[in-house]
Design a protein around this ligand. Sequence first.
Ligand code: PLP
Length: 264
Amino acid sequence: MASRKKPIAWTIAGSDSGGGAGIQADLATFHDFGVHGCTVITAITAQNSFAVGHVSVTPRRTLAAQINALDSDLQADVIKLGMLASEDVVTMVSKYLESFPGFVVCDPVMVSSSGGELMPSGICDLLIEKLLPRADLLTPNLSEAEAFLNRSIDGLDDVERAAADIVALGARSVLITGGHLSARNNERHDYWTDGEQGFWLSGPNIDTLNTHGTGCSLSSAIAAVVARGYSLPDALVIAKAYVSQGLRMSVQLGSGPGPVAHMG
Ligand code: PLP
């Protein structure tokens, strides 16, 4: 019997020792969708459920060695970018992506919900110059979208304008996850556009404090579903439903917010 290839997704992101976000959330999500996950670890963070205590950025040589090892044997169908940790990492990763033919999801994580800095502040200009042109999908939350545009975003109409403005900066498409600010009728609203088409993804607000790793899991789920051959709009809907269920099932494990739950 001919063997069927299992899709391969890479996550280029940081390690979360608490196991709730970053590389650890990405791998759990890839596993849930039957996608093989490979990792390029950009930084090791020492964190638990309430704080990021220490960040060690991966040396250039180690970063390049990970990329080269995978590129020569386990080529990605899809690449998900998370915490890129330093300007050097952004530059090296964007160089690699210039010749990568597959789909790229970029989650521009800047600050953890516990307040830890995951990228140098002021890195937006470099991301716009180097990474946005290669991002098939950028998944900022509202405050990350504000950082890209260097302005505040006020209200749902403005979210649509902001998304169009981010596409104009160079991303092929953008999903602004507005969960934090746009609770209306006790619903949450995310907006996607590629500059031509656009739609809202709305769902009931899920009342939990256990949201650690939500953004990582959402962007990884989109990457995994695209790797499985779904269209991007379908992948957005499936990934949103997956994370909503993860929030409904999430539990507190330490003394701070617990992680979004995975299935496997
Ligand atoms: N730690 C790492 C390594 C991450 O990549 C992220 C998010 O991308 C976080 C922590 C923060 O997760 P959250 O803001 O969901 O708590």
